[in-house]
Design a protein around this ligand. Structure first.
Ligand SMILES: [Zn+2]
Length: 117
């Protein structure tokens, strides 16, 4: 069973999958006037560029994120939805706080190093 998604930012319950696809437009240049135009986009929907798939909130584009995990594929999505939205929000807050503390500690450490030199 999976838990219902709720965006921690806007509380929307809809997820959208964002794919980076190969899109080409012919460049039409009028060399006399310097006018540049683009032809109709030709999108290759079968080709996802690299591994560039993100699951994001449909309403506010906040990426689905759980502690260290960015949700890129269906396996990640299942892992994400195996937690309740309250759990995700709480653990993300703790994770980001710990990250910030670690960052501050590291900066302080580096400052001390500089003074020592
Ligand atoms: Zn949202």
């Amino acid at each position: 069973m999976l838990h219902k998604y709720q965006c921690p930012h806007c509380k929307s319950e809809e997820i959208t999958c964002r794919k980076w696809v190969d899109c080409r437009e012919d460049v039409i240049i009028d060399y006399t006037t310097g006018h540049i135009e683009y032809g109709p986009p030709q999108i290759n929907e079968n080709e996802v560029c690299g591994n560039q798939v993100d699951f994001i909130c449909k309403k506010c584009n906040t990426p689905l994120f759980y502690t260290q995990l960015w949700v890129h594929d269906e396996r990640d999505l299942r892992e994400y939805l195996s937690h309740t939205s309250e759990q995700i929000e709480r653990e993300n807050d703790e994770y980001l706080e710990a990250e910030a503390e670690e960052h501050a500690a590291k900066e302080k450490y580096e400052e001390c190093q500089m003074i020592d030199d």
